[in-house]
Design a protein around this ligand. Structure first.
Ligand code: HEC
Length: 177
């Protein structure tokens, strides 16, 4: 009796193990439904977007326009080892630069930034969609105009940095969009 229960349990355990072993590749395939772009693909995609959008201000040679549009070629932010500030700038804009957080996916933003970081005289590492996602998740846009000076806001009370940006309030992307 005990013996047959043990045998059945052993059979059950091996069935579960086999099922799991079979499921793991399927699950990880599902996860990789859109495989990450290779760096070459990123550069191709990034170039497409750069030469249709960013080029208007930062110019085809990446040198910008003196006194108005900062250069991205040999630029300080584009060549930083840590891409956080670059990602933040493209997501949320800065000064006269528009924000692109509602326009492009993490993959596209990673592609644009990878392109800029490797184009012209620039020489910085590629950026992944995961890195872009991390910046989206960890930082929201800082309001450009703070209605109440920081010093006048009581501790812990609705600090402007903690308020949600109204433009972020609706879901970033609807399924299938
Ligand atoms: C409408 C014009 C415009 C467009 C389009 C634009 N930018 Fe900018 N960008 C600016 C301006 C203006 C600044 C300087 C902002 C400031 O003075 O703080 C800037 C700054 C930057 C910086 C910071 C540079 C530094 O060294 O501080 C980066 C990086 C950047 N832009 C990347 C991009 C990328 C990538 C795109 C395309 C997705 C893009 N920009 C599209 C106008 C633009």
């Amino acid at each position: 009796m005990t013996r047959s229960v043990t045998a059945r349990l052993a059979a059950l355990v091996s069935i579960v193990a086999i099922t799991l072993a079979a499921a793991i590749p399927i699950l990880s395939n599902a996860h990789d439904a859109t495989p990450a772009m290779t760096v070459d693909e990123q550069i191709e995609r990034g170039a497409q977007i750069y030469y249709s959008v960013c080029v208007a201000c930062h110019q085809a040679d990446g040198n910008g326009v003196a006194g108005i549009y900062l250069p991205l070629n040999n630029g300080a932010i584009p060549n930083l080892e840590d891409p956080t500030l670059f990602i933040y700038t493209v997501l949320y804009g800065r000064g006269g630069m528009p924000r692109f957080n509602g326009t492009y996916s993490d993959e596209d933003i990673a592609a644009i930034i990878t392109f800029v970081r490797q184009e012209w005289d620039n020489n910085a590492s590629p950026v992944t969609a995961e890195q872009v996602k991390a910046v989206r998740d960890n930082y929201s846009a800082t309001p450009i105009v703070s209605p109440t000076p920081d010093a006048q806001i009581p501790e812990g009370k609705n600090h402007p940095e903690e308020r949600q940006d109204p433009s972020e309030a609706s879901p970033e992307s609807t399924p299938g969009a």
